[in-house]
Design a protein around this ligand. Sequence first.
Ligand SMILES: [Zn+2]
Length: 221
Amino acid sequence: MASKKAPKAQGGAKGIERNPHGEGYERIDQYDTELVKRIGSHYSDILKAIGEDPKREGLQKTPERVAKALQYLTHGYDTDPAAILKSALFKEDYSQMVLVKDIEVYSMCEHHMLPFFGKAHVAYIPNGRITGLSKIPRVVDAFARRLQVQERLTNEIRDCIHDTLKPLGVAVVMECDHLCMRMRGVQKQNSVTTTSAFTGIFLSDQRSREEFIKLISARLH
Ligand SMILES: [Zn+2]
């Protein structure tokens, strides 16, 4: 399963307190001081390498801040997305589409370590089991807070929901803006990258897929 294949950061998540009740996630509010020091000293070197003076006033605490920010931005390595879903699993006879759309996504591309961000739309058709609605955005976040490519992120979200809920189908569409495209390289200023991934009914039944696309395209709120 995708969530188990995710690379484990070398000590990267020691600052994150696991929820002892097994929900698989917890907001980071503590940092591994050793790791902050280690990452920070590298950023001190980087500042020098780009021609800056790490000792000047505005930069004195920058390596430490960056080290903490980086730990936060990659805290997904210490989360178990499947456990998030399993923490709120209910038997239910509902077999229509469940759609959570416009989920905010913040991730970092693994090629440039620059942010990409946008929205995810996630749907599934239950097969006797549903999960708490708030768990879907948490699963998105758990995979997004790692070094990623948008294509893999889309697939990992789909696979996790498919493997955990065993629904009749899963649909995921992501629309993201990549700062590595905007700020460097091709500098395509307004391009949005769209990726999609489907399983089950969404693959085999064109009408289900079309209904999903219609619902995520509608601006009802
Ligand atoms: Zn990139």
